[in-house]
Design a protein around this ligand. Structure first.
Ligand SMILES: NC(=O)C1=CN([C@@H]2O[C@H](COP(=O)(O)OP(=O)(O)OC[C@H]3O[C@@H](n4cnc5c(N)ncnc54)[C@H](OP(=O)(O)O)[C@@H]3O)[C@@H](O)[C@H]2O)C=CC1
Ligand SMILES: CC(C)CCC[C@@H](C)[C@H]1CC=C2C3=C(CC[C@@]21C)[C@@]1(C)CC[C@H](O)C[C@@H]1CC3
Length: 491
């Protein structure tokens, strides 16, 4: 009898067609989108994923004697990734233009009188407004400083997730330390006369220099990946289409010795530059108007809290899909080095050129919204991290769970029983609180909220797909028990 495993079900050949004969067990991965292209098995044979490598099971006995090695043509994430390999998205090329263009549009519009998000930019900057050797020097000096701080002795060295070859990489946990040292250095610099308030006038050339740096850096990463072993490549980003692969990134964890480029870029230069730009805008406002406005204080305070929290919990980034699944290419390099500092600081940019009155009662309400968002965001992230580290930890031991065939469990009560991504919900509530100090007269300061909603909805869908592949039926059960993704009773 001929059997196929497709869409999480076994199908048997009956006459000229196939008939579903039941759900696959959890030890087999659920395939999506492979209809009509999957390999076929004789009775008693199947397919099983072990540590990300597909193996053919040669018998039906409980031990399931497995053939070692890859099945020809099948790698990790076979299905979704295979589809992408065949049809590399033209969206990659478009995004490579749209993302930088959007960033420059926002920078130009934020300082224009009407500050219209959807209107045309006030002017198109010429090369002299974009290119400045001094800006490039500053960007490179900043990267150099952060790289030096990365190399300082760390309070802890953490191990990453297990790789395809069963090894684990080691990462220094000293991001918060880098933030403290950077703050001290900037403080010393400002008191010694460093003209930080000149930064707002340089945002355009700085953003251009950061984009150029990200582009050259991604090119070097692409070349480096050409000589990397196959085991070092990311599941996506290796389609054979150079534009697509350049955009997504080919190598999973590009490193020189112990210096991990992706891990370094994820949380340090970009997030800290965001805080520095915010501070420069606050100082500039103090210079222009005598003192920083309450709205500017709130935006600076909220976003500093967010960045300090991310660096304090730096280890958590090691389990994110950016680190465990995505290659390091233009998307992440540009996102980390240019997009984050220059667009995430949009509210502070807007406030410098469009001061907004903000009374204490409204400010208190906004602080409360940010506090609620942070409470949900931190509560959910910490609950999952604690549970993943030690499921018997007294803080999470009482929570209800669903077992999965991988040996891991899924939380189904507490924060993760409310919606499937409570941490995204908290993050979005905070995003709202960051925009509210800018008033409601303009759409521009709400750009982050719109963009971030789109980013998280897309991220949630990708994570969902990966969890379905990882946990199979247990994930389906979780989705049944917790039907809403991000916003209870809505989405
Ligand atoms: N400001 C910004 O630009 C951005 C911020 N973020 C924030 O970063 C944080 C991390 O986000 P992200 O990396 O996307 O993903 P998550 O931290 O939400 O991690 C998702 C993973 O958590 C595990 N998981 C899911 N459900 C459960 C459950 N019920 N019980 C136990 N484990 C579960 C699964 O991994 P496994 O089972 O393998 O552990 C899943 O793959 C979020 O707070 C997000 O808001 C993210 C992107 C951009
Ligand atoms: C491709 C886009 C245009 C931009 C993507 C930028 C992102 C890679 C980073 C922006 C802020 C981030 C934060 C984290 C990871 C990097 C990104 C996503 C954390 C999720 C890491 C885990 C922490 O618990 C919270 C962090 C918040 C910010």
């Amino acid at each position: 009898m001929e059997r196929e495993l497709r869409r999480g079900q076994f199908w048997e050949r009956r006459g000229r067609g196939f008939v579903g004969t039941g759900q696959s067990t959890e030890s087999e991965r659920v395939f999506e989108g492979t209809w009509g292209r999957g390999p076929r098995w004789k009775s008693g044979q199947g397919l099983r994923a072990e540590n990300g490598i597909w193996k053919r099971t040669m018998g039906t006995n409980a031990e399931g004697a497995t053939e070692t090695g890859r099945l020809p043509g099948l790698g990790e994430n076979w299905g979704a990734d295979a589809r992408r390999r065949r049809h590399p998205s033209p969206g990659a090329a478009a995004l490579m233009l749209v993302l930088p263009a959007t960033m420059f549009h926002l920078l130009l519009v934020a300082r224009s009188g009407p500050a219209r998000l959807l209107g045309p930019p006030p002017y198109l900057p010429g090369p002299e407004a974009l290119w400045s050797p001094r800006a490039l020097q500053l960007v490179l000096a900043w990267l150099g400083l952060q790289a030096a701080l990365y190399l300082l002795p760390a309070r802890k060295v953490a191990e990453g997730q297990e790789l395809k070859n069963k090894s684990r990489l080691r990462y220094p946990i000293n991001g918060f330390q880098a933030l403290v040292v950077t703050t001290l250095l900037v403080g010393l610099g400002v008191s010694a006369g460093l003209p930080l308030d000149a930064l707002p006038e340089m945002l355009l050339p700085l953003a251009f220099a950061a984009t150029l740096t990200a582009f050259v850096f991604s090119l070097l990463l692409y070349l480096k990946a050409l000589v990397a072993p196959a085991s070092a490549l990311a599941p996506g980003g290796n389609s054979g289409n150079p534009i697509y692969d350049f955009f997504l990134g080919r190598e999973l964890n590009p490193r020189i010795s112990s210096f991990d480029f992706k891990y370094f870029c994820e949380l340090r230069p970009g997030l800290m530059a965001w805080v520095l730009i915010n501070l420069a805008l606050l100082l500039k406002e103090a210079e222009l108007r005598g003192s920083p406005s309450l709205a500017m204080w709130l935006v600076n305070g909220f976003q500093l809290l967010y960045v300090a929290d991310a660096l304090w919990h730096e280890e958590a980034v090691l389990t994110t899909m950016d680190i465990t699944h995505d290659g390091f290419g233009f998307m992440l390099a540009f996102g980390d080095l240019a997009w984050v500092p220059f667009t995430y600081s949009l509210q502070a940019q807007f406030l410098l050129y469009h001061p907004q009155p903000l009374g204490l009662p409204m400010a208190s309400v906004i602080c409360l919204i940010n506090a609620i968002g942070y409470y949900v965001f931190r509560g959910a992230n910490s609950q999952k991290n604690t549970f993943r580290k030690n499921p018997s930890d007294p803080r999470v031991a009482d929570l209800e769970t669903i077992p999965t065939a991988t040996g891991r469990q899924l939380l189904v009560s507490g924060w993760w029983g409310m919606v499937r991504h409570p941490n995204y919900l908290g993050d979005l509530i905070m995003a709202l609180a960051w925009s509210l100090p800018c008033g409601v007269s303009h759409l521009l300061p709400y750009f982050y909220l719109f963009y971030f909603t789109a980013l998280l909805v897309h991220r949630e869908a990708r994570d969902e797909q990966q969890c379905l592949q990882k946990y199979g039926l247990a994930w389906r059960e979780y989705c049944k028990r917790v039907p809403y993704r991000i916003l209870p009773y809505v989405y």
